[in-house]
Write a protein that binds this ligand. Structure first.
Ligand SMILES: Cc1cc2nc3c(=O)[nH]c(=O)nc-3n(C[C@H](O)[C@H](O)[C@H](O)COP(=O)(O)OP(=O)(O)OC[C@H]3O[C@@H](n4cnc5c(N)ncnc54)[C@H](O)[C@@H]3O)c2cc1C
Length: 571
């Protein structure tokens, strides 16, 4: 019998994107062949469709001619990328006496946000905050439906407290303090856990009004880490993008070629650590690995959209593989402010379409399924008191109900939230009107439908029952007192959560699941940690894994003892 050519499902979806005709025939093959193949167990979906397209990273990298390499540097470890993950790796390796070079394509280190997940840190212990870590891990695995490396998750939770304690000491040297955030959602079906740390300057004002955070977050921590790295002898080569990862004849990673075309430096190293962040600013990778995320209203990253997936591409060209589970999860948040509370949501037709008692990720993604991807949240004059009452009664809250830097124990701050709303009104993100008719006109939705939807919602409040979508009665708030407000839900991709295939040794795996010796991956470039959706039950888990695995990879690459330097917590 003639041997059948295997073609996997991912190849079919890739073709579907590229050529309508081929996609149509692929569907036809699936439609007719599947029952037969299911019976015979013989045929593979899509096998008859010829595959000619290659994604750009599937082309082999052209070897860089020796004449273009102007300098050779011998070192112990080369780290690609000076974000939180790369700097944690570099400092940790340098502390053990390793010679470390960082190559960074920008002029400065990268930072943003500042929530950082860690479990059982000294800061947490001093505040008397306790968590059931096994329960958290079980929920994270359930969130991902098990499509992650569970060992990687367990390892993170065992070591994150030690990583945070280490970062806290670095912060102290640079006059930074660490505190815990307090804005967690405590609903019956969805709970956010008190695991979120953030750094700030000693006298920083922690009031967060519409994005103004001076002296708070990773904008304070990461520059301190950069100074720490330099003080430990790490050489940071700015404006030096990596171009190729080098492997020797045994397959071991042995260095990186980096720099400007024609003026490259070859960094020969015993170990290479990829810490280049995610790929949300690379449309081709988005289309390949997470096309739904392209529906979001915006994508932001700073500095200057540096997250173009370079490390992943260069690792793939050197024989590494991306994680197997697709599509990749994404961090897609709604903009902070009243838009992300649990008030009535309506679509562009003025119709309600969901139970609004869900987390911010769920709202930002489900609104994309509505006509034109448009949705609004509607509330009245009493909104701030209603939210405060819900948060104080522990029946709501969470990202982004409260302020970004609301310190532990300080409660929900109505005044600050009103200031944020004012700013949103000023820049046209929230409409205000004295009648529902007027509001409908400003929103551009049909008046009659909006009136009908609001009347129905007010009835549900009176009945204290939501037979339409099952929302908890405590969250059904009336919309009767002018002025009335409509906030447009605005979804923003922050970071993609899929990356290079790896395991708890942090080595990049090849297509055959074999670790590539000497090639480590940390931070947002690392795969197999998230699946389906970004798990907001641990606000700051993105940065948390950067810090923890960055530190671990640095220690391992420098030949140190991880268990001694990062004692595990009992789980
Ligand atoms: C607005 C915003 C707020 C956020 N807030 C939070 C938050 O509060 N909590 C949280 O957990 N997560 C947050 N995130 C996500 C989080 O910032 C990232 O997941 C995380 O910082 C990734 O860190 P990293 O070190 O892996 O990558 P990065 O911080 O992106 O650093 C990677 C570095 O590698 C460099 N680089 C890239 N390619 C090359 C190359 N070829 N050669 C050399 N250098 C290269 C880049 O220039 C960059 O400096 C936020 C994201 C955004 C956009």
């Amino acid at each position: 019998m003639k041997e059948e050519k295997n073609t996997n499902i991912a190849d079919v979806s890739r073709r579907s994107f590229l050529k309508g005709g081929a996609a149509a025939s692929a569907v036809a093959v699936v439609g007719t062949a599947l029952p037969a193949s299911a019976m015979t167990g013989g045929m593979n979906i899509g096998q008859e469709v010829a595959d000619t397209h290659k994604w750009s990273w599937e082309e082999p990298a052209k070897p860089i001619a020796k004449r273009h390499i102007k300098k050779v540097v011998d070192t112990d470890i080369v780290v690609i990328g000076a974000g939180i993950a790369g700097l944690a790796a570099a400092i940790s390796a340098a502390e053990l006496g390793a010679k470390v070079e960082i190559v960074e394509k920008n002029k400065m280190p990268a930072f943003r946000g500042g929530h950082i997940t860690a479990l059982n840190s000294q800061v947490q212990q001093a505040m008397g905050i306790k968590n059931d870590t096994r329960q958290i891990i079980r929920e994270l695995v359930a969130w991902a439906q098990g499509r992650v490396d569970e060992e990687l998750l367990w390892q993170f939770f065992r070591k994150s407290g030690a990583a945070m304690d280490w970062a806290t000491e670095i912060g102290k040297k640079h006059d930074l303090e660490v505190t815990m955030w307090e804005g967690y959602y405590k609903g019956p079906d969805y709970t956010e856990y008190p695991v979120t740390h953030f750094f700030h300057e000693k006298d920083a004002d922690l009031s967060y009004v519409y994005g103004h955070s001076n002296g708070i977050g990773n904008a304070t921590l990461v520059p301190a880490m950069e100074k720490e790295a330099v003080s430990k002898g790490v050489k940071v080569n700015y404006q030096t993008p990596s171009a190729q990862i080098l492997r020797d004849e045994t397959g071991k990673a042995v260095g990186v070629i980096a720099g400007k075309r024609g003026h490259y430096t070859q960094f020969n190293a015993k170990n290479v650590i990829i810490a280049t962040g995610d790929y949300a600013s690379n449309r081709e990778m988005m289309q390949r690995f997470s096309p739904f995320a392209l529906k979001a209203d915006a994508q932001i990253y700073f500095p200057n959209k540096c997250n173009t997936g370079d490390g992943m591409i260069q690792a793939m060209q050197a024989g590494g593989a991306m994680q197997k589970h697709e599509p990749h999860a994404a961090v897609i948040h709604l903009e902070a402010g009243a838009a992300s509370y649990g008030f009535l949501h309506v679509n562009a037709h003025g119709n309600r379409f969901k139970n609004e008692d869900v987390n911010t990720q769920s709202k930002s993604c489900t609104k994309e399924l509505e006509p034109d991807g448009v949705a609004w949240t509607i509330y009245d004059k009493d909104w701030a008191d209603q939210v405060k009452a819900q948060v104080d009664a522990n029946i709501a809250g969470g990202l982004f109900y409260g302020q970004m830097w609301q310190p532990w124990g300080k409660g929900w701050n109505k005044e600050i939230e009103l200031m944020t709303q004012e700013a949103h009104i000023k820049d046209g993100k929230i409409m205000v009107a004295n009648t529902i008719d007027e509001l409908a006109v400003k929103m551009g939705v049909p008046k009659v439908d909006l009136e009908k939807t609001i009347a129905r919602y007010n009835d549900l409040h009176k009945m204290q029952n939501d037979p339409d979508f099952g929302k908890r009665k405590e969250l059904l708030t009336p919309i009767i007192k002018p002025p009335f407000y409509a906030g447009k839900l605005y979804s923003t991709v922050l970071t993609m959560c899929g990356g290079l295939s790896t395991g708890s040794d942090l080595l990049v795996k090849d297509k055959n699941d074999k670790p590539i010796p000497g090639l480590y991956v940390v931070g947002a470039a690392q795969g197999d940690f998230f699946a389906n959706d970004y798990p907001t039950i641990c606000p700051g888990i993105g940065h948390g894994r950067c810090l923890t695995y960055g530190r671990m990879a640095g220690i391992i690459a420098a030949g140190g003892d991880v268990d001694k330097l990062m004692p595990s917590i009992d789980i």
